[in-house]
Design a protein around this ligand. Structure first.
Ligand SMILES: Nc1ncnc2c1ncn2[C@@H]1O[C@H](COP(=O)(O)OP(=O)(O)OP(=O)(O)O)[C@@H](O)[C@H]1O
Length: 609
């Protein structure tokens, strides 16, 4: 990957002298705050125009991420000669990569990226992609084609990302063009970077704005807000975003419940450009007037369908619509998930303006990289069956080492009880669920990741977004009641082009899931056991459209893989929403591609209707 010749303005000589060192951590944070200079102001001369407190108008499509016209020097490159630039505030930033290695050089032609990154890009080559919306910006094939700025490019190299994943190829140019986006792409396909890169780049290069001092000087006014449903996922996004924004001058802060608020307040007072948060803690901070959303330019919802389902929707609406956040059309809104049921798409469209819908892969489906097995197990036999699986796994492993195995159960009590039983029977296990305190949850996750306790028993709190390397096996000890939850759970393995295994224990209690499970497995080219097909065909067991799933709701397409606007009256008339697909007519809309109607074209009957 060739580094773009242009250098990010945020990356070059900072005209301002470095502020005084930060006081000790228990010192008054106010003095920190007074020295905080937002990234877009860090390179300004004193003759800069007066700052505005109003949110800036949306950049015209095509302008974000590119040098602002008429602002020469914005991207002043190195060179220039003369004295060495003064130290920058972020020169002292702790290195989130945990090493002091120099930035890896751009990779030579013919470089074996699979060996380097562990991502199997061949697995993504034929992936169907569908976009709809007006004037969709073209996709890119390499990071070099998009000028994200030198500092961000360095971090992409430090992450060892050689090529953008398919969702990144499409979503990054769309976001850089200033467009709202609803993006669906399979689990483990790199959605986090797809929304973080444009946000970081946009903040580095966006128009200068001085954040208002609303509610007193202790109110933090971030420029971007990333909401996610769980504490652990927020922490993970924060860690990733810190890597991506290392030495860009963009400051990322995280706020989530269950952890002492004082430290988070201190972090906020030191200045924040991107706030990653769970909704509950954010509402708390807003009510205390310690955060104002007045300056928000970017709003991203990760696991957007979860954020807008019954549990979270009221809180999210409150944050987005009833506080001081600039309205849609003024801010830029990015929604990402691996699943996007039609009814949730409709609800989500309230937050979006003239948006582009992007579907990468068989949306709502699972990647073929995950081998799915389903076994009929009576409730009473589940434990011994699990024991057999774990023994077999251990026996086939190198030096009898247990591979990382994530076991999903329905209830918190069930998680505790299974954890105890496994430990008693010689299998080192830990658990994560909502009744454990935050310290215990974090400890459990660390202990699992490190392999100290290679079995993690979890409720759905660990189903979404968590990127744990080397999870070899996901066991659905209890199947969820919703097929989308199943997709997210099994997506904890088989990530970033790697293969994985998922085993589901199916009992009589799961009869209503039979059809959706059989269909999903078929969509993902998995072998469906004959007994499951027979179960699925029984009208009372899902053959008649039963089972709790939200996929049919209005999307009219199987697995919610299509833009719900296509089904609505305005869509398609006079080419309103345009759209395209790289998979040809058969990819999404054909009658045969995905078996029995596949995704269902516009107007085609869907199995989920
Ligand atoms: N361009 C890239 N090259 C190599 N690896 C990448 C690239 N982009 C992302 N990754 C890696 O892929 C893994 C999965 O990424 P990420 O967690 O963003 O997936 P996701 O699509 O958000 O998954 P989920 O739907 O489960 O939330 C991460 O380990 C990430 O570092």
């Amino acid at each position: 990957m060739a580094a773009p010749s242009m250098t990010s303005w945020a990356d070059v000589a900072d005209a301002e002298p470095a502020p005084a060192p930060a006081p000790a951590s228990d010192g008054p944070a106010r003095s920190d705050r007074s020295s905080y200079v937002p990234p877009h102001l860090r390179n300004r001369s004193s003759a800069a125009p007066p700052a505005s407190s109003a949110p800036p108008p949306r950049a015209a499509p095509g302008l974000l991420g590119r040098p602002a016209p008429g602002v020469p020097g914005r991207f002043v490159g190195g060179g220039g000669g003369g004295a060495a630039p003064p130290p920058r505030r972020w020169d002292r930033e702790p290195n989130p990569f945990g090493n002091d290695e120099p930035v890896p050089a751009a990779e030579p032609e013919g470089f074996d990226e699979h060996q380097n990154t562990g991502i199997n890009f061949d697995a993504y080559e034929d992936i169907p992609v569908e976009t709809s919306g007006r004037e969709v910006p073209p996709a890119v094939s390499t990071f070099a084609e998009i000028d994200l700025g030198a500092a961000l490019n360095d971090n992409i190299r430090r992450c060892k990302y050689v090529r953008p994943t398919p969702v990144q190829r499409h979503a990054i140019p769309i976001s850089l063009a200033g467009r709202d986006l609803m993006a669906c792409a399979q689990t483990g396909s790199g959605k986090t970077a797809a929304f973080c890169f444009p946000i970081i780049s946009g903040i580095m290069r966006g128009p200068p704005v001085q954040r208002p001092q609303r509610g007193g000087s202790r109110t933090a006014c971030p420029l971007a807000l990333i909401l996610s449903p769980t504490r652990e996922l927020s922490m993970q996004i924060h860690e990733e975003a810190r890597k991506f924004s290392y030495q860009t001058g963009v400051r990322v802060v995280v706020a989530y419940g269950g952890a002492p608020i004082t430290q988070q307040l201190r972090d906020l007072e030191r200045g924040v450009d991107i706030l990653v948060a769970t909704p509950g803690r954010l509402v708390d901070l807003l009510e205390r007037a310690r955060v104002s959303l007045q300056s928000i330019r970017y709003l991203a919802l990760d696991e957007a369908d979860r954020m807008l389902d019954m549990g979270f929707e009221p809180q999210v609406r409150r944050i987005v619509e009833q506080m001081d956040m600039p309205p849609r059309g003024v801010r830029q809104t990015l929604l990402f998930s691996a699943t996007f049921p039609g009814e949730i798409q409709r609800m989500a469209s309230d937050f979006l303006e003239n948006y582009i819908f992007l579907a990468v892969g068989r949306v709502g489906s699972s990647t073929e990289l995950i081998a799915q097995r389903v076994e009929f197990v009576h409730e009473a036999d589940k434990r011994s069956h699990l024991m057999d699986l774990l023994h077999a796994q251990r026996d086939s492993a190198d030096h009898g080492k247990q591979a990382l195995t994530l076991v999903f159960v329905e209830t918190k009590r069930g998680a505790d009880s299974l954890e105890n039983w496994l430990c008693t029977n010689g299998f080192p296990a830990t658990s994560i669920h909502g009744d454990r305190n935050q310290q215990e949850r974090e400890y459990a996750l660390r202990s699992f990741k490190s392999g100290q306790t290679p079995i993690l028993v979890a409720t759905d709190v660990a189903a979404r977004g968590l990127d744990i390397p080397h999870v070899a096996h996901v066991v659905n000890f209890d199947l969820p009641n919703d097929i989308d939850d199943y997709v997210h759970r099994i997506g904890r393995t088989g990530r970033a082009g790697k293969s994985g295994l998922a085993t589901a224990f199916f009992s009589d209690n799961n009869a209503s899931m039979a059809k959706s499970l059989a269909d999903l497995m078929q969509e993902s080219n998995q072998e469906v056991p004959a007994w499951l097909t027979r179960y699925a065909a029984r009208p009372s067991y899902g053959g008649g459209g039963g089972g709790r799933n939200r996929r049919g709701g209005g999307g009219g397409s199987r697995f919610g893989g299509r833009d719900f606007r296509r089904e609505s009256s305005s869509f398609g008339k006079g080419g309103d929403y345009g759209g395209g697909s790289n998979g040809g007519a058969g990819s999404y809309g054909g009658s045969s591609s995905y078996g029995g109607g596949g995704y269902g074209g516009a107007g085609a009957p869907s199995a989920w209707d």
